[in-house]
Write a protein that binds this ligand. Structure first.
Ligand code: GDP
Ligand code: GDP
Length: 503
């Protein structure tokens, strides 16, 4: 007997993948139990210290007729009747389909706990399904990638209370049974003149939860997941996933010089990456053991002709590079900083939700260093109020002076950009800030901020459920974003807040 978790959803959303992920590669994938229908798969799932039964409904769509009713009746009803908790999967990338909506309608009418899981969320994509899923009326949405093991800690948060409840329930029942058995034995012993000491201690079926520290299940479960998308997201120590880094800037800013400074001869050029255009290249590299991929940095391309140098930076090219990067270093020429083009690039980086570092090169040529720095800071603060605290570095790529600070800054901002804040912390915070500065009253009723959760990281994106979301002024949203940045120490990265009303 275990807590029973069903995985439900239309075909192709990733149910089997999640099933395999939870059951674990090393365990038997399918546990066909005799006597039950062949069309459901059962497995022992594990997350951290929890273990539970998983029912996967994948494959049923082939067995039964393909009508919506047919599928739902057959596939989901059986699994659903059997389970204690259901995970309702949708495909975050594909967005919602009518079939997802039918499933949701059906699930909303049931009494059992159902959680919406937006699968195939790999962090740097724009995923329409993720926000649409909040509109299903089934509460919060957990973005995960079953294939890459991302966001699995959210499943842990979801299942843990049910697991605990189940465990306590069973423990109570067991205790009762033990007491009854003990009573019965005492009676029997009294009759037989026996002292009746016998123990019924079966408690070691349960890992003890008193004061235990939970193991890091990311590490425990997915230790072999260091593939190129292995973006482990948590609040813990720095992970070791590959950082996609781009160095952009106007021609002549010094990008090639910096690359040579950083990499020396120590570079591995890789061919065109899937999804990049044919003439794109990337350099795989490691900084203090941390894998770094320099994506399609203009300076890496062989310069064709001298007159190409005067060519203006193509916005489309730059945008494409930014989209493949996680951290973008915008290189400026200290003798000519922050013109319109530079500001445009910086704005694109933030709009695309990437982490931005501003690197002011050719610092060796500047005499009034503090004057230039002050002017730059002022310009940044007025132009990019939405990402206060963007790191600004000054160095000379030519001499190497100051360039040693670049990579530590990249690692730091990548950490901030990947940060996850627990729902409980966010809700405590929301209560405090919305009392400190009350939301406005709209037609006689004050807007209420009810509930908050982090929808995703990279960049940190938050979802707030509130009354009359459409009427909350922009200035209040800015207040919330600035507060998040300050209170959770997230300088320099774009922060997103999505407000929704459930009424
Ligand atoms: P099911 O029909 O719901 O059981 O879906 P499957 O588990 O068979 O997955 C359907 C397809 O989606 C397969 O090609 C999977 O490799 C893919 N898939 C599943 N999970 C993910 C994910 O997290 N990210 C991506 N990119 N693809 C996934
Ligand atoms: P890219 O077009 O951005 O790749 O720029 P390059 O790396 O080709 O550099 C353009 C010019 O600026 C070259 O003549 C470099 O020698 C020069 N340069 C690059 N970095 C520095 C620097 O830190 N100080 C000075 N004084 N010149 C630099």
């Amino acid at each position: 007997m275990s807590l029973k978790v069903a995985i439900i959803g239309r075909p192709n959303v990733g149910k089997s993948t999640l099933f395999n992920r939870l059951v674990g590669k090393k365990l038997a994938l399918v546990d066909d139990q005799p006597g039950v229908t062949r069309d459901r798969r059962y497995g022992k799932g594990r997350l951290g210290h929890m273990s539970f039964d998983i029912i996967d409904t994948a494959g049923l769509e082939e067995v039964f007729d393909n009508s919506i009713e047919g599928m739902m009746r057959q596939q989901s009803e059986m699994a659903f009747e059997e389970c204690d908790v259901a995970l309702f999967l949708i495909d975050a990338r594909a967005g919602l389909t009518p079939l997802d909506n039918h499933f949701a309608d059906w699930l909303r009418k049931r009494q059992k706990p159902v959680y919406v899981i937006a699968n195939k969320h790999e962090g740097i994509n724009q995923d329409p399904g993720l926000y649409e899923a909040y509109g299903l009326g089934l509460g919060d949405v957990a973005p995960i990638s079953a294939e890459h093991g991302l966001g699995i800690e959210l499943l842990y948060d979801i299942l843990e209370p049910h697991w605990k409840e189940w465990k306590d329930g069973v423990r109570d029942e067991k205790k009762k049974a033990q007491q009854a058995a003990a009573e019965a034995q005492k009676d029997a012993a009294a009759e037989a003149g026996d002292d009746g000491f016998d123990d019924f201690d079966n408690e070691d079926d349960f890992p003890d939860d008193d004061g235990e520290t939970f193991p890091s299940f990311e590490i425990e479960l997915f230790e072999d997941d260091e593939d190129e998308d292995g973006e482990l997201i948590d609040e813990g120590p720095r992970d070791n996933s590959k950082i996609q880094l781009a160095i952009v800037g106007r021609p002549n800013a010094g990008k090639s010089t910096l690359l040579n400074q950083l990499l020396g001869e120590n570079r591995v050029m890789t061919g065109p990456q899937a999804g990049l255009t044919r003439d794109s290249i990337a350099v795989d590299w490691a900084y203090e053991g941390r894998p770094i991929r320099l994506v399609d940095t203009a300076g890496m391309r062989r310069k064709k002709k001298i007159d190409d140098r005067v060519e203006r930076l193509s916005v489309a090219d730059t945008l494409r590079v930014i989209r493949y990067a996680q951290v973008v270093v915008l290189m400026l020429d200290a003798t000519n900083t922050l013109d319109k083009q530079d500001l445009t690039i910086a704005r694109m980086v933030l709009e695309e939700g990437r982490a931005l570092i501003i690197a002011v090169n050719k610092w060796d040529t500047i005499i009034d260093k503090s004057g230039v720095m002050q002017a730059l800071r002022d310009k940044l603060d007025t132009s990019f109020a939405q990402a206060k605290g963007i790191p600004v570095l000054t160095f000379s790529a030519l001499t190497g002076r100051g360039t040693e600070r670049l990579m530590p800054t990249v690692l730091d901002i990548h950490d901030i950009w990947s940060r996850r804040i627990s729902t409980s912390k966010l809700n405590r915070w929301l209560e405090v800030v919305s009392e400190r500065h009350l939301p406005p009253v709209i037609s006689g009723r004050r807007i209420r901020l009810r509930y908050m959760t982090q929808a995703k990281a990279r960049p940190p994106s938050f979802f707030i459920n509130c009354s009359k979301a459409a009427e909350l002024p922009e200035s209040y949203t800015r207040y919330l974003i600035n507060g998040l940045r300050e209170d959770f120490d997230m300088p320099g990265v774009p922060i997103r807040v999505n407000l929704r009303s459930s009424d």
